[in-house]
Structure formats: structure tokens, C-alpha cells
Design a protein around this ligand. Structure first.
Ligand code: ADP
Ligand code: MG
Length: 254
């Protein structure tokens, strides 16, 4: 479903992503790990069209998506969350989801006047879908709470909800568990497993190795912009290049 071929991106003299080639299996959850600054978020930005590639190509469902805008890519069913959470703090949880829904007829002024019935119908559908998603995320009781008043972890769940509104085929999650409490992490893990069971493909950046081992059938490891390993999480832990990449850095030495 997702194929990355020889993808390269540099910032000035720094090779943030260096000739990365990888393919996701048709089923299961894939994990992307690596020390800080190894190029993981940049790779997600490149896949989803937020950064322009210097070289290489990305294919989703056998179509070349590199060069397309993020907006077109998400309409094709490939969506992502960000390392830093983005919700609309002055809207309620439910409104946040409704505002994230793509292609609302109500946004076109002509439709409001010429086909008010259709706009109403779409809005109702949207509202129902938002409630369904809040239920999946265990946030239904907070439906009418302002997003800015939710805990950081709940805001991260809500951000996931916003991308679910697009009815995606694949979701890229950038450090979904970073900074959230253990209880909410367990909830999130169950939610991710549930989405995968519903047939949504998941590719996630995650620092918590036990969590990667629990969730992922395949792990990719990056170091200094290059892909240095792909295989099972168990094999990753025993791979000498992977061990060296982690132990060689002060920020992971602990
Ligand atoms: P990771 O997500 O693995 O921690 P990133 O992809 O964020 O790493 O960053 C990879 C490298 O690219 C880092 O050295 C980072 O400083 C650099 N980098 C990332 N984004 C930019 C940018 N927009 N401009 C300049 N350098 C960047
Ligand atoms: Mg990152």
C-alpha cells in the first residue's frame, strides 16, 4: 500500500533523509524508530507532502503521490498526525472533529442557497460520524468540552480523531504516546489495535521499545538519515547496527 523509493531530503548541508527505500507489508502495524534527529519526522513530512523531496518517489495504492499536495494526499486516504499536537482550543471536542471533515458542501456558499437540504444532510452525517469517533476514542463524555480544556493526552486522542474523520486507509502517527500518562497510553494502544483490526493501516514513530514490540509486526530503524534495519522488533533489538545507533548517542545512553 505504501512504497518509498530512494527518498532523499537535505536541509543546507545536512542530509536529513538519505536514500531511504522501504515498503510496508499489506497487513499489520509498522513502527519507525531511531535516535532523535535521525530523520523520522522528516520522512513522514515527505510521505504526506508537507516537504518536497530532493529525490526519489513515494507510492500509495500503486499511485505516485510524491509531488502532490498534503491536501490531495489526505483525500486519497493517507493521513498523519504531528509530533506537536494541533487541535482548535476554542471549539468543543465534537466541533473539532466536524471542522476536520473534508469536502463539506456547507462550505460552498452556493450550496447553502441552492441545496440547503443536502447541506443539512451532510452536516447530520458529519455530526454522527464525530460522535462515533469520540466513542472509539473514549472521549464521548467530553463531547461538548472545549478542546483547549482537555488534558494533553486527550488532545492527542482528539487529534487522532480529526484525521479519522477523513475515513483514511492509512494513518501515520508521529510519537503518539509522547508526553501522555500510562493509563492513557494503554487506552491509545487499544485504540490503535482496534483501528488496525478495522483494516486501517498504521505506521508509527515510537520511542517506547516495549510498545513497538507489542504493537508492530515490522520495525524500521533510522540513524543519521539512513535506514539501517528492517525486520521484526525482536530482531531489531539484537541487531548490532541498531544497538550501536542507540548506545552511541548520549541522549539515549541512559
Ligand atoms: P527525528 O524526527 O528522527 O527526531 P527529524 O526528522 O525531526 O528527526 O530531523 C532530522 C534532522 O533534520 C535533524 O538534524 C533536524 O535538525 C533537521 N531538520 C528537520 N527539519 C528541519 C527543517 N525544517 N530545517 C532544517 N533542518 C531540519
Ligand atoms: Mg521527530
Amino acid at each position: 500500500m505504501l512504497t518509498i523509493e530512494n527518498v532523499t531530503k537535505s536541509f543546507g548541508g545536512l542530509m536529513a533523509v538519505n536514500d531511504v527505500t522501504l515498503q510496508l507489508d499489506p497487513t499489520g502495524i509498522a513502527g519507525l524508530v531511531g535516535p532523535n534527529g535521525s530523520g523520522k519526522s522528516t520522512l513522514f513530512h515527505l510521505i504526506t507532502g508537507f516537504y518536497k523531496l530532493d529525490g526519489g518517489a513515494v507510492y500509495f495504492k500503486d499511485r505516485r503521490i510524491s509531488g502532490l499536495s498534503p491536501h490531495i494526499i489526505s483525500r486519497m486516504g493517507l493521513v498523519r498526525t504531528f509530533q506537536h499536537t494541533r487541535v482548535l482550543p476554542f471549539l468543543t471536542a465534537q466541533e473539532n472533529l466536524m471542522a476536520a471533515s473534508p469536502a463539506q458542501a456547507g462550505e460552498r456558499l452556493t450550496a447553502v442557497f441552492l441545496r440547503p437540504g443536502r447541506v443539512k444532510l451532510e452536516e447530520n452525517k458529519n455530526r454522527e460520524r464525530a460522535v462515533e469517533i469520540l466513542e472509539i476514542l473514549n472521549l464521548k463524555s467530553l463531547c461538548h468540552h472545549l478542546a483547549g480544556r482537555l488534558s494533553f493526552g486527550q488532545q492527542k486522542l482528539l487529534e487522532l480523531g480529526r484525521v479519522l474523520m477523513a475515513e483514511p486507509g492509512m494513518i501515520l502517527l508521529d510519537e503518539p504516546t509522547a508526553g501522555i500518562n500510562p493509563t492513557l497510553i494503554r487506552q491509545l494502544v487499544e485504540i490503535i489495535k482496534g483501528l488496525s483490526r478495522r483494516g486501517i493501516r498504521i505506521f508509527l514513530i515510537e520511542h517506547n521499545m516495549p510498545l513497538v514490540a507489542e504493537l508492530c509486526t515490522k520495525t524500521f530503524v533510522m540513524d543519521s538519515g539512513s535506514l539501517i534495519f528492517s525486520g521484526t522488533p525482536a530482531a531489531a533489538r539484537e541487531n548490532s547496527r541498531v544497538i550501536e545507533a542507540y548506545l552511541g548517542r548520549e541522549d539515549h545512553a541512559a
